[in-house]
Structures are given as structure tokens and as C-alpha cells.
Design a protein around this ligand. Structure first.
Ligand SMILES: [Fe+2]
Length: 303
């Protein structure tokens, strides 16, 4: 394993206090302080300093980070990406708050990916010595951790090749237009053993569709809907079960309009797990195995 996980998502928000209420009170993330225009948050079962960064001013993705096992992997990735023709630059420790040195990758789909090996260790909320199983007092959705994200761009096939050929990712599922043309609409990629760490969809260059947080089970997904009702959180879609990834889900928006998701279920992946293919004629079932309906905003709202 070389890329271990999606480490952080950094987004713009129109109002820091409104967004902080959403991420801290509704989702139940732990507030990790402010540095300049940015506030930092983590899930209760995450060990590094932060997994979500919000920055005052607008909406949409600033960058994403993925944690890599070793500096040898970083050097290998840097050489692979140069051969592939993707622009990168080295980043010094501290350029991103609490993050060590790394490699900044300018994805063909237009987003900025930071690969890093170290972030300040703060520990989870249970500790690592004779720990309890859960935190004592639930807060909001009691989100344990960040899980994955979906980004858009004009050429998802090229970025898919970049992730698989340069960064050792594998493809769990692909959505194509039809068998004859085989044009890629979207792809789900994993580096660890979850169904996806990142997914790519054909669309406007450099955009964010959503980033997702893990929840423990289906009951927690249903309870998320109840909390959204209390907090007037705008729900986009769900709760339902996806055909793609078999995950159970609710999509919703933060106060700035960035789409979030809570997600659980799905299946375990290995390097030899075969890729599942879907065609667009089955898209309603691929999106929602239960309702088999596609809502307009899910396909049109990107930030
Ligand atoms: Fe998702």
C-alpha cells in the first residue's frame, strides 16, 4: 500500500461561522482551530490533525490531500507522473498547515492534489491504550472519519489512467455511455480496501461533486436524516442504497452549497477484485437501487 487514504478536503465557504456550525454541530466533527482564513476539523476516530479545511470566501474545492506511506513512494510517484506528463511541484513542510513535505499534483481534471507522508499526530478521541469502543457522548452525526470524494472534469479517462498507472490505484466500478462507444462517464478508484477513495465524473473542469463521511451502519444513515430535519440541513438525495458501490447514503449540502454525503455499507476491494461496468441505460438503478430515480440537482449542482 502506498497511498493510504483520502487525508483531507479543503473547500471554500461563504461564511466561516455558518459552515463551522454545520461541520461541528450537525456532523459532529471536532474543531481543531483556525489559522488565517481557514478552520480545521477532524472526525472522532481520526488520528491526524485534520481531515476537513474550510476557507472563508466563496464555494467549491481548493484542494485535496492523500496520505502516502513513505518518502520513497513520493519519489516514485513523482517520477511516474513526470513520465506520464502531469505537472507536479514539491511542497515544503508547513506550506499546508500541520502537513509535512510532499508533492503537489495538478490533476488533468483541474483539481490540485497534495500527496504527503506526515501530518501532525493528535490521536483519536479514544486513545490507543485500553480504549473504549465508542465516544461517550454522541454529537450531531458523530462522524468518525472522512471517506471519499467525487470530482468532475472534462477528461476523467485520462485522470483515471493517471491514478492507476502513476499512483497504484485500482478501478472498482466504471460507468460508460454504452457498450459500443465505451466512453467513460464516471469511474470509482481505490488504493486501500474500500470500494473507492476517489471517483471521477465527466463534467466541468476542476469541480467538486461531493465529499463523503463514513458512518457505522444503515441505522446511522437514517438518524442522519433525522438530524438534518432538526438542523434544516438541505438534503439532495436519499436515504437510499446505490447500485454502484452498494453503499447506503444521504447527500446534503453545507451552508455554502458544497455537497456532502454520509456513506456506509459497500464492499471490500483487493488488487485482484474485477472491475464492475455499468451502462447509462441502467443509471437510475446504478444511482439508487431502491427508488430508481435520478433527481435533477444531483446531476447539475457542482461547486
Ligand atoms: Fe460518494
Amino acid at each position: 500500500m502506498s497511498v493510504m487514504r483520502l487525508g483531507y478536503v479543503h473547500v471554500r465557504v461563504t461564511d466561516l461561522d455558518d459552515a463551522s456550525r454545520h461541520y461541528e454541530k450537525t456532523l459532529g466533527l471536532q474543531a481543531m482551530g483556525q489559522q488565517g482564513p481557514c478552520r480545521y476539523f477532524k472526525g472522532w476516530d481520526e488520528f491526524d490533525h485534520h481531515s476537513v479545511v474550510i476557507e472563508e470566501g466563496g464555494v467549491g474545492l481548493v484542494k485535496l490531500g492523500m496520505k502516502v506511506s513513505s518518502s520513497d513512494d513520493l519519489a516514485r510517484f513523482e517520477a511516474n507522473l513526470a513520465r506520464f506528463g502531469v505537472t507536479t511541484e514539491r511542497m515544503a513542510a508547513g506550506e499546508s498547515h500541520k502537513v509535512g513535505e510532499g508533492l503537489r499534483v495538478f490533476l488533468p481534471t483541474g483539481q490540485t492534489l497534495e500527496l504527503y507522508t506526515d501530518m501532525e499526530y493528535v490521536g483519536n478521541e479514544l486513545g490507543t491504550f485500553n480504549p473504549h469502543a465508542v465516544i461517550r457522548d454522541p454529537r450531531g452525526l458523530t462522524v468518525p472519519r472522512l471517506d471519499h470524494m467525487l470530482i468532475a472534469g472534462e477528461d476523467p479517462a485520462l485522470t483515471e489512467r493517471m491514478f492507476t498507472e502513476c499512483l497504484d490505484f485500482h478501478v472498482s466500478e466504471r460507468l460508460i455511455t454504452d457498450i459500443e462507444s465505451n466512453d467513460l462517464v464516471a469511474t470509482w478508484l481505490f488504493a486501500g480496501q474500500t470500494s473507492h477513495d476517489i471517483a471521477l465524473i465527466k463534467g466541468e473542469q476542476g469541480k467538486l461533486h461531493h465529499f463523503a463521511f463514513w458512518l457505522e451502519d444503515w441505522q446511522s444513515i437514517l438518524r442522519a436524516g433525522d438530524v438534518f430535519a432538526y438542523d434544516d440541513t438541505p438534503v439532495d438525495y436519499g436515504p437510499t442504497r446505490h447500485g454502484i458501490t452498494r453503499g447506503t447514503t444521504v447527500y446534503f449540502f453545507d451552508p455554502a452549497g458544497n455537497r456532502n454525503e454520509v456513506f456506509t455499507g459497500s464492499y471490500r476491494c483487493y488488487a485482484d477484485t474485477p472491475t464492475i461496468t455499468w451502462t447509462m441505460d441502467t443509471f437510475p438503478r446504478a444511482l439508487s437501487a431502491l427508488q430508481r430515480e435520478v433527481n435533477e440537482s444531483f446531476l447539475t449542482v457542482f461547486t
